[in-house]
Design a binder for this molecule. Structure first.
Ligand SMILES: O=C(O)CCC(=O)C(=O)O
Ligand SMILES: [Fe+2]
Length: 240
């Protein structure tokens, strides 16, 4: 499914959000197939070398994060990214609120992203977190959690901008779920170009026989075996 030229709001209102919520409750991740067109993916990946869009570059190898590189966008975000972040948020906030209630977490999220950013700003989380990642052959992204301060929006989105088997091989998006006193559960998300995955940043509730309990989630990317892979990451909390 491609949606070239559609307004963000239109493409997002076509998604069956109750099904997405159900998959997130079940597994901590849900795919949004064909969120971006191939043209939009190419346009976003082509921003990578254009320094004026970014506030910083991270060499993953230097920090023990894996191998490869990513860049955090600066404000103002490119229009499509601003639109996606703004328009995805209201669909995810009710799920986030439901999760926090189930986990006994106090935080509740306002219905607009603009209001949520005010809360981040008041806590000194002022720097934008949307990022563009670039991997080459042999690169990988170690399992991690994108936490950047006191305020954490519990869901985030990653969009695969490259075409598997054409632009690159390997490089699977991986999630692990660490359950209390149990072995960890792995999940691979089979993204195609333009597909998004919504997933838990840190914790998610699991419904057990005696109420719900909390599991710890991490995500990463397996080794790129050949070619180049680009991803757009949309994180809803800003960074200190
Ligand atoms: O490259 C990927 O698929 C993972 C990106 C990532 O870690 C993120 O968006 O937070
Ligand atoms: Fe990440």
């Amino acid at each position: 499914m491609q949606h070239a030229g559609q307004a963000g709001d239109e493409r997002l209102s076509a998604i069956a959000w109750s099904q997405v919520g159900g998959e997130l409750d079940e597994r901590g991740a849900a795919m949004l197939p064909g969120l971006l067109s191939a043209d939009e993916c190419r346009m976003l990946a082509a921003l990578y070398p254009q320094g004026r869009h970014f506030r910083s570059t991270v060499c993953m190898g230097r920090h023990g994060f894996g191998r490869g590189e990513y860049k955090y966008f600066r404000y103002p975000l490119p229009a499509l990214i601003q639109q996606l972040r703004n328009d995805l948020y209201p669909h995810l906030a009710p799920i986030a609120n439901r999760w926090n209630e189930a986990m006994g977490e106090e935080a509740r999220y306002p219905s607009t992203h603009a209001d949520y950013l005010v809360r981040c700003q008041q806590a000194g989380q002022l720097r934008p977190t949307p990022l563009l990642l670039q991997y080459g052959e042999g690169d990988y992204n170690c399992l991690h959690q994108d936490l950047y301060g006191e305020h954490v929006f519990p869901l985030q989105v990653a969009i695969l901008l490259s075409q598997p088997q054409v632009d690159f091989a390997g490089g699977e998006f991986v999630l692990t779920e660490q359950r209390p006193r149990m072995q960890s559960r792995p999940e691979v998300v089979p993204l195609q170009q333009g597909d998004a995955v919504v997933f838990a940043v840190h914790h998610r509730p699991v419904q057990g026989a005696r109420g719900s309990y909390r599991v710890n989630m991490r995500h990463g990317v397996s080794r790129i075996r050949a070619g180049h892979r680009h991803t757009l990451g949309i994180i809803f909390h800003d960074a200190t």
